[in-house]
Structures are given as structure tokens and as C-alpha cells.
Write a protein that binds this ligand. Structure first.
Ligand code: K1U
Ligand code: ZN
Length: 172
């Protein structure tokens, strides 16, 4: 397994829509394994393929509540089937926008359908932090970032900060 570099905002690849996968093959299985390794290393609770520069509809997540009991999931061609009417704010971060956290209001439950690594179609209803993470990752696959839910002033400030960070990282 390989830890892949994570794209940092602003990057045009983070603003593009990902392409469907169709049938899962060994290349997608390797991508899923690398993405989980990259997510755990970061560390994070989710990661979309577009964040490692692969424009395919794949994301990984592990929102296991108990420490020491990992629950890794690789979602291929995910589709939201249902969103709860009830919404609530919760704090989000993004591995492509390091060290920035903000409250985003979203539906509190979501039902997702996806293809797993054995090409089986699966469905599950997620709640709490997992529901937030699923919606955050689905946004990545559509080229959307959590800062798009903030005011234009906040978004501009965060983008300037990230441009500065990227310059510093390039110098190091
Ligand atoms: O997609 C990403 O950028 C990953 C992101 C997912 C996410 C976090 C919070 C709410 C919604 C979606 C992250 O994992 S940011 C890092 C993070 O939340 C975290 C890191 C270490 C321990 C626990 C959480
Ligand atoms: Zn993110």
C-alpha cells in the first residue's frame, strides 16, 4: 500500500466532477487500499479519490467510534438515496484545507447505495458523524468543498491562507 499526496485547496482538480467507475477491478482495489492508508496516516475519517488526484467516484471512510476497532469502508459509485428532513450544524474539517474547521448545517441522516470491492451493491443508513462524513465526501465527488457553505468573506480568507501555506510547503 502507498501513501498518496493529498491535494491542497486551491487546486482545479478539487473543483471537477469525478467519473463513474462501473466494474471494480484490481486498479480500483489498489486505489481503495492506498486511500485508506493515506486517510489513516493523515489522520482523517474520510478521503475522496479526487483529493489524491484520481477523478473517479470513490471514497473511503472510517468513523468508528471505539478506538482500536477500525471500520474501514470503500465506497465505489456512491449515490444518496435519502436525506433526513432534520438538519443540524456540526464541525467539519478537510484534509485538503488543513487546520481549518467550521460548522456546516446538513441533514442528520443519509441513506447511501454504493458498490463494494467485490462488486456487490450495498445500502446503509448513516447517522451522526458518519452522515456528515458521507455528505462531505459526496460533495468532493461533485467538486464541492465545505468552505462553499461559508460566507464569501470567510471563504476568501481561508483560500488566501491556503495559498500562503502551499507556498511555504513548496519552499520547505
Ligand atoms: O474528506 C476529507 O477531507 C476528510 C475529512 C472528513 C470529514 C471530517 C469532519 C467532518 C466531515 C468530514 C477529515 O477527516 S478532516 C480530519 C478529521 O476530522 C479527524 C482527524 C483525526 C481524528 C478525528 C477526525
Ligand atoms: Zn474534505
Amino acid at each position: 500500500m502507498t501513501i498518496r499526496p493529498i491535494l491542497i485547496h486551491p487546486d482545479p482538480r478539487l473543483r471537477k466532477e469525478a467519473e463513474p467507475v462501473g466494474t471494480v477491478d484490481d486498479e480500483i482495489r489498489k486505489l481503495g487500499a492506498d486511500m485508506l492508508e493515506t486517510m489513516y496516516d493523515a489522520p482523517g475519517i474520510g478521503l475522496a479519490a479526487v483529493q489524491v488526484g484520481v477523478m473517479r467516484r470513490v471514497f473511503v471512510m472510517d468513523c468508528s467510534a471505539k478506538e482500536g476497532t477500525p471500520d474501514p469502508l470503500v465506497m465505489v459509485d456512491p449515490q444518496i438515496l435519502w436525506l433526513s428532513e432534520e438538519e443540524a450544524p456540526s464541525e467539519e474539517g478537510c484534509l485538503s484545507i488543513p487546520e481549518i474547521y467550521a460548522d456546516v448545517t446538513r441533514p442528520v441522516e443519509v441513506t447511501l447505495r454504493w458498490t463494494d470491492l467485490e462488486n456487490a451493491v450495498r445500502e446503509h443508513r448513516f447517522d451522526a458523524r458518519a452522515a456528515t462524513c458521507v455528505q462531505h465526501e459526496m460533495d468532493h465527488l461533485a467538486g464541492k468543498l465545505f468552505i462553499d457553505y461559508l460566507s464569501p468573506v470567510k471563504r476568501t480568507m481561508i483560500t488566501s491562507k491556503m495559498k500562503k501555506l502551499k507556498k511555504e510547503m513548496a519552499r520547505a
